[in-house]
Design a protein around this ligand. Structure first.
Ligand code: HEC
Length: 427
């Protein structure tokens, strides 16, 4: 062999090395860190998911259903349109992450070397300090299966005004708490709410009192709570009550278990005022103007408002006519909802998407925290738009018989409807 052809051969093998495909994805290196982050909060021992997805063997046992769940985006539950706004935390999978999971399954779902495991980077949100723990008065065992909606009232123990600066709900039976909404009710309404729950047994109820009370936070499985943004807090007066609505689901626990959940809060004597405003049109409630006629496939109601004009009505620490920062939203509708949007309409006519739920999922009413807050200036408007499908095809089956559509309107029961956007504002 001449030196020249040896050189050419060396070149060839160098070329071949460059062309060799990247190493195939493995469970330990690529998939375990991703599933730990995006599935582990619900699919681990004792949590709400119907099975664990924490080991190679567990995932293999349900591999094809994992493929179907992630490619259809049914899992992880994240009904928001992903190109509307950037959220943090963001529970959804990117297109690349879905391709990584399906590619791994296609390539033989190799397990790989445990030493390759490295947790995904990025901050995890959680409550950083607990100053006050408020447990339920007594354990509650769900009476309805699989879904039991139950509300409880707790006493607020502080004797001076305090700001709640962070929130967490520690479920008693993790695998049974599908979600929980926590609010506080001001002193003037305290007696009325206490009358619903004199002994801590709670009562069946489908709605948090979003218009009488003030939102503190929403728990969804896997969440570890959060500090409120920008050092802000919700001012609570002595004599207030805390209200918790649980959605218990007994599918993952093989029947009802006694639950004793605890609310964990961080408190401060002073904070930048924050507030969750529940935006809904007054005439919907007062005049039952949210008519949803029977047999209609797409009924829409929309509410537009400049929140800088009315904010002081909700909380006297806020001043009308000043810009507001919006940090997070949650949209609330009932079972016949089909889609909803929340947007900011700028004075110059441009629109900014804040939250868009193209296919409403009653069971996954998630809070969405904006990665960067959006400022609402005087003259801008915020708009919530809700759609309902009240056609025959969309009616629920009750004891095997499909319900006949009837006119729906605003109301507190699951077979009434609502359309509310909760928004966390500071100045
Ligand atoms: C917020 C909680 C939560 C997260 C996060 C989550 N799941 Fe689920 N998952 C559930 C629940 C609850 C069910 C039971 C069915 C239901 O309620 O929709 C379920 C059901 C499933 C099923 C059964 C089939 C189906 O589609 O219903 C699969 C497969 C699945 N999840 C895979 C995943 C994977 C993979 C991830 C992460 C990429 C994930 N899930 C993230 C809560 C969650």
């Amino acid at each position: 062999m001449t030196s020249r052809s040896a050189f050419a051969l060396a070149g060839l093998s160098f070329f071949a090395a460059c062309q060799s495909p990247p190493p195939k994805p493995t469970w330990h290196r690529d998939i375990a860190p991703l599933m730990e982050e995006k599935c582990g909060g619900c699919h681990s021992a004792g949590s709400i998911g119907p099975f664990s997805l924490t080991t190679h063997a567990e995932v293999m046992a349900v591999a094809e259903s994992v493929r179907a769940a992630v490619t259809s985006r049914r899992m992880p539950p994240w009904p928001a349109r992903r190109d509307c706004a950037e959220y943090a935390p963001d529970g959804s999978l990117t297109d690349e992450q879905i391709a990584l999971i399906t590619g791994w399954l296609d390539d033989g779902a190799m397990e790989g070397d445990p030493r390759d495991y490295q947790a995904l980077e990025g901050p995890k949100t959680s409550l950083s300090r607990v100053d006050l723990t408020l447990p339920m008065v007594k354990p509650y065992t769900p009476k309805k299966m699989p879904d039991d909606y139950r509300c409880f009232v707790l006493d607020w123990p502080e004797t001076e005004p305090k700001y709640i600066t962070g929130f967490n709900l520690a479920p008693g039976v993790n695998a049974m708490v599908h979600h929980a909404d926590v609010l506080y009710v001001p002193p003037e309404k305290a007696a009325e709410f206490r009358a619903n729950d004199p002994n801590g047994d709670g009562w069946e109820c489908y709605n948090p009192p979003i218009l009488e009370g003030y939102w503190i936070g929403t728990f969804v499985p896997g969440s570890l709570g959060m500090d409120f943004p920008a050092g802000s807090g919700l001012k609570v007066e002595p004599g207030s009550k805390v209200f918790i609505q649980f959605h218990y689901n007994t599918a993952a626990t093989n029947g009802p278990k006694p639950d004793l959940s605890k609310l964990e809060l961080s408190l401060a004597d002073k904070a930048k005022p924050g507030l969750v405003v529940a935006l809904a049109k007054v005439s919907w409630l007062r005049e039952r103007a949210m008519r949803i006629p029977a047999f209609e496939k797409d009924v829409m109601h929309r509410y537009e408002e400049d929140p800088t004009k009315i904010i002081s009505v909700f909380n006297r620490e806020f001043v009308d006519g000043l810009p507001l920062k919006a940090y997070a939203t949650i949209i609330h509708m009932h079972e016949m909802g089909s889609k909803a949007t929340f947007e900011i309409m700028r004075k110059d006519g441009t629109k900014e998407c804040v939250n868009d739920i193209p296919k409403w999922e009653f069971h996954w009413q998630l809070p969405y925290s904006l990665k960067t807050p959006k400022t609402v200036y005087p003259g801008d408007q915020v708009a919530i738009e809700c759609h309902w499908d009240n056609s025959q095809e969309n009616q629920p089956y009750i004891n095997g018989i499909q319900r006949v559509p009837r006119e729906l309107n605003w109301g507190p029961n699951t077979d009434d409807e609502m359309c509310v956007a909760g928004v966390y504002f500071t100045h």
